[in-house]
Write a protein that binds this ligand. Sequence first.
Ligand code: DX5
Ligand code: ZN
Length: 217
Amino acid sequence: MNLKIAPSILSADFARLGEEVQAIDDAGCDYIHIDVMDGHFVPNLTFGPPIIKSIRSWSRKPFDVHLMINPAQPTISAYADAGADIITVHAEADKHLDRSVHQIRALGKRAGISLNPGTPETVLTYVLDQIDLILVMTVNPGFGGQSFLHSQIDKIKRIRKMIDGRPIELEVDGGINIETAQLAVEAGATTLVAGSSVFSAEDYAERIHEIRSACNQ
Ligand code: DX5
Ligand code: ZN
């Protein structure tokens, strides 16, 4: 397995966002994880399509856009236009999940669904053949730097079984550090989001390398 590391720019220095995106690209990340928050679905507000568009030219790596907004569906095409490669919507925020994932794919982007810690994996049952990525939240979304919720390990394992050979990435987001990365990968994760643990490091490349080696990758 080739573990993918997706640093979340939520923990970057926003005053130097373009340079920070370039720095994690140079440090060997696989994706640029972009947390979009609306102050409504989650109690925090970040950025939207214009800022994503303005940082697009700082990296050629895929933009992994995690929409923590409600409703998400009316804005999907704006994120596609801004340069997203993967667009992930929350199962709890979207009334018409099947329609949203079809729309994301119709725009030529990869479609993801995210689940809050309190949401059971069964909501995925009838959309499994429509999606490219499942994002399991291991913190309650809204802020970086929170502690990993060990209750989600069982959910990651169950989802790994549900995927049953389909070409679906299993991404884990929240509280990932050198210790918890290993737990998530053992449970079946293929992609790890890491915000504060990467951006708090002196050397981003070294931290990304440490996370990979902790998972024997
Ligand atoms: C939380 C975001 C995460 C967050 C992760 O709402 O979706 O991507 O930035 O940050 P850490 O790795 O610091 O928990
Ligand atoms: Zn995220």
